[in-house]
Design a binder for this molecule. Structure first.
Ligand SMILES: Nc1ncnc2c1ncn2[C@@H]1O[C@H](COP(=O)(O)OP(=O)(O)OP(=O)(O)O)[C@@H](O)[C@H]1O
Length: 703
């Protein structure tokens, strides 16, 4: 991501939130069917939704679904196991029958059109693992996702640019956030990148690879190449689960020759990794580590969404790299669409409710999109300046080039010239010839450079030939489609407004003929308030339960991670030589440079020196310096089975003892035995001490 110019004046625009519910998967059907059979006697939602035969597989499939989508109202209803159904409304809602094409036309198309007009745009898919985020963003061979559709849209627009005075430059980058490392998916070895900048001026990634593309097909190839490098794996919830958050960035620069202005639109297409419960995904070892990082980043994203929705003065963007990358998209200079993916299965009720709540909160986020005109970092401007410079260079050298390539015939030296002069004239001729050759080569090189730069730029076609006519027709059709979808969207909004205002209008227009009527009306309102209060209480209890479940999950995760850490420490204790240990302990993780660093205490402050007292001299003390304790290696000894026994003096017959033991020998034996006992006691007490170094290293290991 490159540093973009800060907005000047901006109109607030809310984040658009879309919900997409995928169909029930075969696995959910089978597992749910088994569960229904098990639970048929319990009073749960299965019973509430049940027909008469709970083991009938078809009826069971219907009853397994706790989500009902109302596309015409943009609403999602979730049947609650405790009685009170939940209803959420969004900018749009799509059920399992809706395809990506409809979704793109209705919601994403206007956003991509804004990007082509110089705005920043972001589409990000959020939701539990296996709910269809990758399916929605990338799609499959049969169902094209939003990303390739956006590519085609961009290129249809470029090919149809009416005027050849318009020049375009399209480039893409692809990065992923894997285990808190930002990796460049388009570089050969997926090099790690650093996020630079600050919260106030925005974050950016300066070194990521940017590939200039000249067609939608080329962009798809770039995306596939990046996908091959992306971290993916199998979990119990998803056969091909994304183990990283991926961001595909498209930059479209458009230069208008007449106005001499450049507009730069940036489109972030984000496929987040899904939140997951260890219990459900069956994650272990590496998957567990990934899951903990995924959940950590998503939790930071949730905190940012909550802070923005509540207009909190502090938004914790710095908490994770994901939120730093998405800073502009959430509350910044961007038009943003959040796609909340959910599954319909009762099995995932809690996760679905959590996703819907987050999505509902995100609706309140206000962004400040501004058209990016003539930003300093526009590559097109750079290319144009370079082309101009090269052209100027060529025209400066032209007179040299116009000289005859080689003299047609070397003029013979006049008869009276000496032999020496003849040689020097010939040498001059040879020198001139080689200079001309060199100049020629340089000119060719310069022209080649110009051609290479110009090839990167795409000139507006003018739409005169057959293909362009077809494209034009397509564009008109798309425009009509978008008009229709715009109208549909307005209808949904109207419907939502009508429903919301119905209640208040009824109250306002109600005239109370009698006192009894007023009492009835107020009783009715009170009942409604009580019902709402009940609903809120229920929600609170549910949230507490969800929080408890999450806490338990995190505790389990922590226990697993600590176990893993102990294993690694054991390996380190056994194999890292003693000399290297202090260095390992001094290593600190630096968030800014994104790397582990060894504090050079020789250069900064020797460990042996005591920290200075503020303003006054410290009295001398026998206690060791404070700093020293930070670098002490305090390891818990590994309890190993004893392979030796303590020495105990052999029992001797009392009559033989004085004869065999020389004077003083007995005391010596007793002293050795007592030292050994003290050593064992010391070892035991060391075992009982808390392992502070482990804890310290533990934090480091988790980082
Ligand atoms: N709308 C849909 N219609 C049909 N199948 C779908 C739909 N959405 C998702 N699926 C299927 O569900 C499965 C999981 O989808 P996908 O991999 O996109 O989930 P995800 O949310 O990206 O998961 P993760 O977070 O683990 O990467 C896939 O087999 C996909 O084909």
């Amino acid at each position: 991501m490159e540093k973009s110019a800060r907005p000047r004046t901006a109109l607030n625009e809310c984040v658009k939130v879309v919900v997409r519910c995928r169909p029930l998967s075969e696995k959910e059907k089978n597992e749910g069917y088994e569960e229904v059979k098990k639970k048929r006697t319990e009073q749960t939602w299965y019973e509430r939704l049940s027909t008469k035969t709970p083991v009938d597989k078809k009826a069971c499939d219907v009853r397994l679904q706790v989500v009902k989508v109302w596309p015409e109202r943009g609403a999602v209803q979730v049947y609650s196991p405790k009685g009170q159904d939940k209803m959420f409304t969004y900018d749009a809602a799509y059920d399992c029958t809706a395809d990506t094409q409809t979704m793109y036309d209705e919601m994403v198309r206007p956003l991509v059109a804004s990007v082509l007009d110089g705005f920043n745009g972001c589409v990000f898919a959020y939701g539990q693992t296996g709910t269809g985020k990758t399916h929605t963003m990338e799609g499959t061979a049969d169902h094209e996702g939003i990303i390739p559709r956006a590519f085609r849209h961009i290129w249809a627009h470029i090919e149809n640019s009416a005027s050849p005075d318009v020049t375009h430059l399209v480039s893409c980058s692809y990065i992923e956030l894997y285990l808190e490392d930002v990796r460049d998916l388009l570089s050969k070895d997926c090099k790690k990148l650093t996020i630079r900048g600050q919260e106030l001026n925005g974050f950016y990634i300066p070194e990521m690879t940017s590939v200039v593309c000249k067609s939608a097909a080329e962009m798809v190839r770039v995306m596939r190449a990046g996908n091959r490098n992306r971290a993916a794996g199998r979990t119990d919830m998803n056969e091909h689960s994304s183990r990283s958050h991926a961001v595909f960035l498209v930059t479209v620069e458009t230069a208008h020759r007449k106005t001499n202005r450049i507009r730069v639109g940036k489109l972030n297409l984000v496929d987040l990794a899904g939140s997951e419960r260890q219990r459900k995904t069956g994650a272990s070892a590496e998957r567990l580590r990934e899951a903990s990082r995924i959940n950590q980043a998503l939790s930071s994203l949730g905190n940012v969404i909550s802070a923005l929705a509540e207009n909190s003065p502090h938004v914790p963007y710095r908490d994770s790299k994901l939120t730093r990358i998405l800073q502009d998209s959430l509350g910044g200079n961007s038009k943003t669409i959040m796609i909340a993916n959910i599954g319909p299965a009762s099995y995932n009720y809690d996760e679905t409710i959590t996703t819907l709540r987050y999505a509902h909160r995100a609706k309140a986020i206000k962004n400040k999109p501004v058209r990016n005109e003539d930003p300093k970092d526009a590559k097109l401007r750079e290319y144009q300046a370079e082309i101009e410079r090269l052209r100027a260079l060529i025209s400066q050298r032209r007179p040299v080039d116009r000289r005859p390539r080689r003299p047609a015939r070397r003029a013979p030296a006049p008869a009276d010239t000496s032999e020496e002069e003849t040689v020097s004239i010939e040498n001059e001729n040879i020198l001139a010839e080689s200079t001309i050759e060199q100049e020629k080569k340089q000119m060719e090189e310069l022209e080649q450079q110009i051609r290479a730069l110009e090839e990167r730029l795409v000139q507006g076609g003018g739409g005169k030939d057959l293909i362009n006519n077809l494209n034009e027709a397509q564009l008109i059709l798309e425009q009509r489609n978008s008009e229709i979808t715009e109208r549909k969207k307005r209808e949904v909004e109207m419907q939502q407004k009508i429903e919301l205002e119905e209640e208040t209008t009824a109250i306002v227009t109600n005239t109370f003929a009698t006192l009894q009527q007023e009492v009835d009306h107020k009783t009715q309102r009170l009942k409604k308030c009580l019902a709402r209060y009940g609903g809120l209480r229920e929600e609170m209890v549910e949230q507490r339960e969800a929080h408890d479940a999450e806490r338990r999950e995190l505790e389990a995760l922590q226990a697993a991670l600590i176990a893993e850490l102990r294993r690694r420490l054991l390996v380190a204790d056994s194999f890292v030589p003693l000399a290297g240990r202090p260095a390992v302990l001094r290593a600190r993780y630096n968030d800014d440079t994104d790397a582990w660093e060894l504090r050079d205490h020789a250069g900064v402050e020797p460990l042996s020196t005591r920290p200075g007292a503020a303003g006054r001299r410290r009295g001398s003390s026998a206690r060791p310096a404070r700093r020293r304790a930070e670098n002490v290696l305090d390891l818990t000894p590994i309890p190993l089975p004893a392979t030796t026994r303590l020495y105990s003096a052999p029992r001797l017959a009392p009559s033989l003892a004085p004869a065999l033991a020389p004077a003083g020998r007995k005391e010596e034996v007793e002293a050795v035995a007592s030292v050994a006992t003290v050593a064992v006691a010391g070892r035991k007490s060391a075992r009982a001490r808390p392992s502070t170094a482990h804890h310290r290293l533990g934090t480091a290991g988790v980082r």
